[in-house]
Design a protein around this ligand. Structure first.
Ligand code: ADP
Length: 261
């Protein structure tokens, strides 16, 4: 159930009273989500075809563009890619929330997933001149490898996006009692204390210009939280504003075997 709580001050028989109103907005939220999902679905086909047209233009098969034409094409391509990312993220989240996508857990070695995540993000890190450091141990976990990889690459991609050149990012694993903890630590711009919780909510960004400047959708962390909580784990962030952030996630080790520590 989604309850909207509002408090109003009213005057009753000459006296000031507080009036608390509780509205059950579960159905409104469901319809909102359904609408967003429907629109996103309808947008996907025309946007894919727009992307095809832009690719054709940039291939040069239709003639050579002037320098200004290439600049305009690059702006159109970047924005179309951003829209496609947004629509895909919305659909991904809605499918996960409605149970249309289920996790496919298998036994995997977490260190292999971390290595894979680092390899996937290496090109982006090289372009940003950021060093990726991996400190992992071989531990067997029962998880959906694609979804955990999606989570790790999203955290690493954020860490790279919000870091300056010549800085470092650490990807670490620790095994604690009955769970393992993964950390993604950066030396980037950090997150203000009042945003540490909200950034895990839909479309929440620290800076309203982040989506335009950094190409994000504000949905990545919501998807990460959904995936990790679905695995019975937790995700949170600690940060010193201006000095960097560390994202933590835990995965239970109920059925795991520690291969080597
Ligand atoms: P986005 O697609 O915008 O990156 P996310 O849900 O992944 O969406 O992140 C939400 C917001 O949280 C980002 O737009 C940014 O403002 C903030 N954020 C996430 N990771 C970091 C980080 N490592 N350093 C600083 N800010 C971050």
């Amino acid at each position: 159930k989604t309850i909207l709580l509002s408090v109003e001050i009213i005057e009753l028989a000459g006296k000031q009273c507080t009036l608390s109103i509780m509205n059950d907005i579960t159905e409104r939220k469901r319809l909102e989500n359904e609408f967003i999902s429907l629109v996103s679905h309808e947008l996907r086909t025309p946007m894919t075809s727009m992307m095809g047209a832009l690719d054709l233009l940039s291939s040069g098969k239709l003639g050579t563009l002037t320098e200004q034409g290439q600049q305009v094409l690059s702006i159109a391509t970047n924005n179309t890619e951003r829209l496609i990312r947004l629509v895909n993220d919305i659909l991904d989240l809605e499918r996960m929330k409605s149970g249309k996508i289920t996790m496919q857990p298998t036994y995997c070695d977490l260190s292999l997933l971390l290595t894979q995540a680092r390899e996937t993000m290496q090109t982006m890190a090289d372009r940003a001149d950021v060093q990726l450091e991996l400190e992992s141990c071989s531990v067997e976990v029962f998880v959906d490898p694609d979804r955990i990889l999606q989570t790790l690459t999203n955290l690493l991609s954020n860490a790279i996006k919000f870091s300056d050149a010549n800085s470092k990012i650490w990807l670490r694993t620790k095994v604690l009692n009955n769970f393992c903890q993964i950390e993604v630590q950066d030396q980037g711009r950090g997150i203000p204390a009042d945003k540490l919780q909200t950034i895990f909510e839909r479309f929440q960004q620290v800076d309203a210009s982040d989506s335009r400047k950094k190409g994000g959708t504000g949905l990545g962390l919501t998807i990460c939280r959904h995936i990790i909580e679905h695995h019975g784990g937790k995700i949170w962030v600690e940060s010193n504003f201006g000095q960097g952030s560390t994202f933590y996630l835990t995965l239970p080790l109920s059925e795991q075997k520690i291969l080597c520590l």
